[in-house]
Design a protein around this ligand. Structure first.
Ligand SMILES: C[S@@+](CC[C@H](N)C(=O)[O-])C[C@H]1O[C@@H](n2cnc3c(N)ncnc32)[C@H](O)[C@@H]1O
Length: 208
């Protein structure tokens, strides 16, 4: 499958692990990455091997849990790794997601970053391209050439992303809308952009 790689389904961090993970801001990125991977592998050692698309999505400080739940379900179904850039406007622990009825949680490869800076350290170290979906762009998302090393970033429901995040992005894309309308729901925007990106790189799960 073009643009797809076989990776262990790493799932989310467990509660105890998450508490330690949150300190990553004070640590070197290398140490954080090593520890993060090993914790995730420990937590979900029994998880089945999953075929994950190489493409990733990221949510910048999301503030509506239901939208995040919808997006994580999409990520699980399409085999795409999801990243949350914290702080979020709601608790993002496993327990909180489960309480909110996130029944696909065990099937999501989810990585939480304690801050924008921590996310950027991870992304730059992994040499991934940041593709921001924003209403403040002039480039049509259908005209962009997506690549397996893209991270598709979506802004928070209340305010999108700050200028610093705009500036750090390698590409800024808009889903064209009717004049005078503000924005598309973030989960819908994610489905549209991810669908186009996976179509281009041949990243959808195989049928059968
Ligand atoms: C509800 S919107 C945020 C609206 C916010 N007031 C703003 O100006 O960015 C949440 C996120 O969905 C995505 N989004 C919504 N509509 C979009 C569009 N037409 N084109 C690209 N991204 C869009 C963006 O990532 C945006 O940050």
């Amino acid at each position: 499958m073009g643009g797809a790689i076989r990776r262990r389904s790493i799932g989310t961090l467990a509660q105890g692990a998450q508490a330690r993970y949150r300190t990553d801001d004070q640590e070197s990125h290398k140490r954080f990455t090593r520890r993060n991977i090993s914790l995730q592998t420990q937590v979900h050692a029994a998880a089945a091997e999953a075929v994950l698309s190489a493409m990733r999505i990221a949510l910048y400080q999301p503030d509506i849990a239901k939208n995040t739940g919808t997006i994580l379900r999409l990520a699980a179904c399409l085999g795409v790794e999801a990243h949350i850039v914290e702080p979020a406007g709601f608790p993002t622990s496993d327990r909180a997601f489960r309480r909110a009825g996130m029944d696909y949680l065990d099937r999501v490869s989810l990585v939480r970053h304690a801050s924008w800076q921590a996310f950027e350290r991870w992304r730059r170290d992994a040499k991934l391209r940041l593709v921001l979906l924003t209403t403040q762009a002039g480039h049509n998302y259908l005209d962009h050439r997506y690549a397996p090393d893209d991270v598709l970033l979506f802004g928070r429901e209340s305010s999108g992303v700050p200028p610093e995040v705009h500036a750090a992005s390698d590409a800024r894309l808009i889903i064209p809308m009717q004049p005078g309308l503000r924005s598309i729901n973030v989960a819908m925007a994610c489905a549209m952009a991810l669908g186009e990106a996976l179509r281009q790189i041949g990243g959808f799960p195989r049928l059968g």
